[in-house]
Design a protein around this ligand. Structure first.
Ligand code: ZN
Length: 181
């Protein structure tokens, strides 16, 4: 649950902590804006995963490439962002393609690490659709590595989570990796 009052208090304190005057014009509404933003993030976490059954004998890979995502690293609360590629091989059930996008957003809009985000997306699809397998690949730039620390803008971190036939069957995995290149 989002506690807007707590967010507002803490953002005000944070601004004081970094030597700013939280009452100056540009910052006066900032605690409220940040609290509203997190309320919006939370509202996007719950959605109805509508499934379609009986769509025939389609047993080939369903792939959605290049879903843009934005998340926040939980170590610095700075954004990491990039592309997600999701594939699955149905087992009698498919979902609307937009639901895959919503799945990504639901898990991305919270303090995260890229590895866990990748796994959570794969596990959720595995649980909801019970497909023969799922493959998820994320490629992201982390602003905590770009604008601080090693200061390496433009680097890309790639993570993957493979379930079912994507793990067991080399051909399926290779087809997936080739298609997302
Ligand atoms: Zn970080």
């Amino acid at each position: 649950m989002i506690d807007k009052e707590k967010i507002k208090e803490s953002i005000r304190l944070f601004l004081e902590g970094i030597g700013e005057d939280p009452d100056r014009e540009g910052l006066r509404e900032t605690p409220e804006r940040v609290a509203k933003m997190w309320e919006e993030f939370e509202s996007l976490r719950n959605f109805n995963m509508k499934l379609f059954e009986e769509f025939g004998e389609y047993n080939e890979m369903v792939l959605v490439k290049d879903i843009t995502f934005y998340s926040l690293c939980e170590h610095h609360l700075l954004p990491f962002f990039g592309k997600v590629h999701i594939a699955y091989i149905p087992n009698g059930v498919i979902c609307g393609l937009s639901k895959l996008v919503r799945t990504v957003r639901a898990f991305a809009l919270r303090p995260q690490v890229q590895e866990r985000l990748t796994e959570e997306i794969a596990d959720f699809i595995q649980k909801e659709l019970n497909p023969k397998g799922v493959g998820v690949v994320l490629a992201a730039e982390h602003l905590c590595m770009s604008m601080r620390g090693v200061m390496s803008p433009g680097h890309i971190t790639v993570t993957s989570a493979l379930r079912g036939v994507f793990m067991k069957d080399i051909k399926t995995r290779e087809e997936f990796l080739k298609l997302i290149q």
